[in-house]
Design a protein around this ligand. Structure first.
Ligand SMILES: [Zn+2]
Length: 477
């Protein structure tokens, strides 16, 4: 056990994939436009007397997000103004939700190293993004394409204890938001931004240490590297008798280190106050119903169904339902085989491993073979025409070159032999080759039985039916 443990909570900004910006009809810059200041208007440029109008689509996508994160919905929520001093927002304030947010607490279940863990969300709120500042030739240029684009900010509880948990959690959010078109959530493109708050404490202690906030993390792996680096830095300070300052540090991924951006002393006074130009957000029962229907079966509902209807394990149900396409593939394969266990294991242990190992990261919908070929493989295994060990080779060949499961099985000489006379000859051969083991078995060492089965399988080049070998050896000795 390590002397110090880390405790982490996250502030995540997700760029909402609506058609237009949050409070005006400008095109929403889901990705930055080719030219600066293409998508601006008097409202998002903060001209005097211009009034914002809330984009309903943003609320709708926000409602879907809370359903996915099992959050408590606040049917009435409000906007607040937060003073803002940088030129990337022309209004000198940001519109956000400080006092009455759109959601309360929730949770997201994530698979971490084969174990399902539930991470608590403190709340989610809506706010607008800032523009982009470009510093060249000693001057600063402003691009307002992104200014007033909608963001969801998700704040978690301090519930993460290592980098794997954080990285898997972020990947899970990305998967959910992409599946339901809430956001493309690409970290490299700034559509999913994550600030990591990290503190350390002696292992076993309850009280939280002083937190340091890490910014500028723009990939899942940089999040992992920054957490490790900051943990080591805080441990070094503690071990040398120093104290950790509450501060914000910027991560430099190329240098692999962070540097102070601002300390608590100069933290700004944001002077929040209720936004006078916008009405409260009222979420009707009709909107909730509409969103629920458009989401269809929620991942969590699907998971429960997979546990009950298909008797899959927790882990398998989780993996299959985490990806909409994968779940569809599983259900289609089950419809062909009526064998839930094998349909699941051929997807999760064989097919996904092949996809992960291949250089081209293909999707399950882009496989080179028809799903009926995989169903044929399972059918052959169930009919004892192909051993489960050899079936992996057939699936690997299908994955690589496509074609037909039956023909591959014959071409690779993998069809299982069920001919009793032929298999008996192999049994005879094994028994005469190992007389001392036969004696041992007769004296009561029953474990040695599996040695004979193994030798028979080997001699038959793994094509003999192990069940028939089993019976024949028993009869013979
Ligand atoms: Zn605008």
């Amino acid at each position: 056990m390590e002397k110090y443990e880390k405790v982490i909570w996250l502030e995540i900004h997700v760029r909402v994939k609506s058609q237009t910006k949050m409070f005006c009809s400008c095109k929403n810059a889901v990705e930055l436009a080719s030219d600066p200041n293409m998508n601006v208007c008097p409202v998002c440029m903060g001209f005097p007397w211009m009034l914002p109008a809330l984009n309903e689509e943003v609320v709708r996508l926000g409602v879907k997000a809370w359903m996915l994160m099992n959050c408590k919905i606040n049917k009435t929520s409000r906007f607040d103004r937060k003073s803002y001093f940088y030129p990337d927002l022309p209004n000198s304030f940001q519109t956000t939700q400080m006092y009455e947010t759109i959601t309360g607490a929730g949770s997201v279940k994530v698979m971490v190293n084969g174990e399902v863990k539930e991470f608590l969300i403190h709340h989610m709120h809506l706010e607008n993004d800032a523009g982009k500042l470009i510093h060249v030739w000693g001057r600063t240029l402003c691009d307002y394409n992104r200014a007033w684009s909608p963001l969801m900010e998700i704040v978690t509880e301090p519930v993460f204890y290592d980098k794997e948990e954080v990285m898997e959690f972020l990947k899970e959010l990305q998967k959910m938001f992409r599946a339901y078109e809430i956001s493309d959530a690409d970290m490299e493109k700034g559509q999913l931004r994550c600030d990591v708050n990290i503190s350390i404490r002696p292992t076993g202690e309850q009280k939280l240490g002083t937190r340091v906030e890490l910014k500028n993390l723009n990939s899942f792996s940089s999040v992992g590297r920054a957490i490790e680096s900051e943990y080591a830095r805080q441990v070094r300070i503690k071990e040398s008798g120093g104290t950790i300052d509450q501060e914000t540090r910027g991560w430099d991924d190329t240098k692999g280190m962070s540097a102070t951006q601002r300390t608590k002393e100069d933290a700004m006074d944001y002077r929040y106050f209720p936004e006078p130009d916008l009405l409260p957000i009222e979420i009707s029962d009709e909107l909730i119903e509409e969103c629920r229907n458009s989401l269809g079966e929620l991942p969590i509902e699907k998971r429960v169904r997979y546990l009950n209807d298909y008797s899959l394990s927790q882990d398998d149900a989780r993996i299959l339902t985490a990806d909409v396409e994968l779940a569809k593939y599983f259900e289609a394969l089950f419809a062909l085989t009526w064998d839930a266990k094998k349909s699941c294991s051929y997807i999760t242990t064989i097919l996904l491993a092949l996809i992960n190992e291949s250089d081209e990261k293909i999707q399950i919908s882009e496989l080179k073979f028809d799903i009926r070929e995989l169903a044929s493989v399972i059918d052959m295994v169930n009919k004892d025409e192909l051993s489960s060990i050899n079936s992996k080779e057939v699936v690997a060949e299908l994955f690589k070159n496509g074609w037909n499961a039956w023909e591959i099985t014959d071409k690779l000489w993998l069809r299982q032999k069920n001919d009793v006379d032929a298999l008996m000859k192999i049994v005879e051969q094994v028994i005469t080759s190992f007389p001392s083991q036969v004696e041992e078995y007769k004296w009561g060492n029953e474990k040695i039985f599996w040695f004979f089965v193994g030798q028979c399988m080997k001699l038959s080049a793994w094509q003999g039916n192990p069940k028939i070998f089993n019976d024949l050896i028993k009869k013979r000795i």
